[in-house]
Design a protein around this ligand. Structure first.
Ligand code: NAI
Ligand code: MG
Length: 499
């Protein structure tokens, strides 16, 4: 059995031990089953490098089973129940998430490494998502359409897409599953959920809760495995109607190509970012420096919205750099079960990738103001990095252009408005942006000028089930959350009636 060590004084719940002691299986058609090939892969604890569990590696034949189950479920009871009944299902799921918050948060912290307190928030927000979309389940209205042809009554219906594949990354495993499952189920779809291979456990535990909630068999199927073969088997499948994907822009392109080369399935993509965060001289500088630190260092920078390019008006540049450094040096990095602010990088591979960006930044002449090293001693077996601040005046550097997905910020001064807007928008990405100023008009002007799907004014990284979220440019398309997400999981049918 896997070894599960926690810091001194930390006891995991019995529920978590029980869950980790049992063999992990795929969830297909309401049944727990091994992969057809019998193959497994390891998921590890990034805080310790220890094996947590062996998880089935699903291949195309397992995905076929899951898709067939989802297709059958659509034609079965699930396809017949009304919106109010779907809402009740979603509420039950939310209640079960809330009832298991500590247990699920333990699993998330073990598998992903993030601080336990943060994992708890993820579970609570996941529950809120299900409640928010429960509210929509019975309100998916069509419209009546006045047409110019006489004696015709025309109306629209909002129907489910059908069988939907949900492919999610490792940085918010349970929460991102909820971002996709909740609207997909509210709209009456059936689903195949594929968690990231680095963090499959919370999704598998969620499967048990979905059963407890009484969801009919086959409505949610959970297949675990890497992009190849598991993810690709979903995106290439001829009987999957839609894929919702969150991950890297490189894989987003592959998802789009797979859709084009198979059945033209619908896709929505939430991809990478290199988000600008701007501090004007008239901002509350202490607050802004603190906010800018959290914008990039929370979740060890492993957030698609990370405020990884910080633009500071020159008059306050040194002051902000000092404030940011102070914040960065106060951040406690360590095992998520200890009293820390930030946990590890997800894998050794990702750590190496981030370190190579840090080396490239140094080599290209950017100045390391703080951090830049891996943490050793009792943290040496995990993948921990110090929050890292680079100062630069050259937007062509790799550390300024490319998504690092680690606790690394590139700080630069700016002098005037046109320069700022042009530099902020000189990126292939467009996921998010931040702006800090006391001048309300300037804040809105920037919010309108920046090419990003979300803009935070005097804040950063806030999310709510009701607020749409998604990318401009190569950060993807489609909006999750809010009313907009329902567009991703429904299609419009127009009905003409001769009267
Ligand atoms: P990734 O894009 O490879 O993985 C995301 C998900 O896609 C996982 O579930 C993975 O199994 C699946 N996947 C991989 N290849 C696939 C394929 N060919 N077909 C279908 N599904 C596939 O991201 P990865 O490798 O974990 O991280 C690499 C970089 O991606 C990070 O350094 C970061 O820059 C970016 N990233 C961005 C995220 C975001 O939230 N925007 C989340 C995770 C990673
Ligand atoms: Mg893991």
């Amino acid at each position: 059995m896997a070894q599960i060590s926690t810091p001194p004084g930390i006891e995991l719940s019995t529920a978590t031990h029980t869950f980790l002691d049992q063999p992990q299986q795929l969830f297909i058609d309401g049944t727990w089953t091994n992969a057809a090939s019998g193959e497994t892969f390891d998921t590890i604890n990034p805080a310790t490098g220890e094996l947590l569990a062996r998880v089935p590696l699903a291949d195309a034949s397992d995905v076929d089973q899951a898709v067939a189950a989802a297709r059958a479920a659509l034609a079965g009871k699930w396809g017949q129940i009304n919106g109010e009944q779907r809402a009740q299902q979603l509420w039950r799921i939310a209640d079960l998430l809330d009832a298991n918050v500590d247990h699920l948060a333990e699993i998330e912290t073990l598998d992903n490494g993030k601080p336990f307190r943060v994992s708890r928030y993820d579970v609570i927000f996941a529950a809120r998502h299900f409640r928010y979309y429960a509210g929509w389940a019975g309100k998916l209205e069509g419209s009546t359409v006045p047409v110019s042809i006489p004696n015709q009554f025309v109306y629209t219906r909002r129907e489910p897409m059908g069988v939907v594949g949900l492919i999610i990354p490792w940085n918010f495993p349970l929460l991102m599953a909820a971002w996709k499952l909740a609207p997909a189920l509210a709209a009456g779809n059936t689903t195949i959920l594929k968690p990231a291979e680095q963090t499959p456990l919370s999704a598998l535990r969620l499967g048990v809760l979905l059963q407890e909630a009484g969801l009919p068999d086959g409505v949610v199927n959970i297949v675990t495995g890497p992009g190849l073969p598991t993810g690709a088997a979903i995106t290439e499948h001829m009987d999957v109607d839609k894929v919702a994907f969150t991950g890297s822009t490189a894989i987003g392109r592959k998802v789009m190509a797979a859709a084009a080369n198979s059945n033209l399935k619908r896709i929505s993509l939430e991809l990478g970012g290199k988000s600008p965060n701007v501090i004007f001289a008239d901002a509350d500088i202490t607050n802004a420096a603190k906010g800018a630190a959290w914008a990039v260092f929370s979740t060890a920078g492993q957030e698609c919205v990370a405020g990884s390019r910080l633009f500071v008006e020159r008059a306050v540049y040194d002051q902000v750099l000092d404030g940011l450094t102070l914040q960065a040096e106060r951040i406690r990095v360590g095992n998520g079960f200890d009293k820390v602010h930030v946990g590890p990088i997800i894998t050794e591979t990702q750590l190496d990738r981030v370190m190579s960006y840090i080396e490239s930044g140094k080599a290209s002449g950017a100045q390391v103001v703080s951090g830049g090293e891996r943490l050793g001693d009792e943290l040496a077996n995990g993948y921990f990095l110090r929050p890292t601040i680079f100062a630069h005046e050259d937007d062509s550097l790799d550390i300024v252009r490319e998504e690092i997905f680690g606790p690394v910020v590139a700080v630069t001064p700016f002098d005037d408005w046109d320069e700022l807007v042009s530099r902020a928008n000189t990126t292939e990405y467009g996921l998010a942006a931040g702006v800090w100023t006391r001048d309300v008009a300037k804040a809105h002007r920037f919010a309108h000028a920046v090419q990003a799907g979300t803009v935070w004014i005097n804040g950063y990284g806030l999310f709510d089930a009701a607020a749409p979220f998604g990318g401009y440019k190569q950060s993807g398309f489609g909006r999750e959350m809010g009313k907009e997400a329902l567009e991703l999981y429904t299609q419009v049918k127009t009905v003409w009636v001769g009267v």
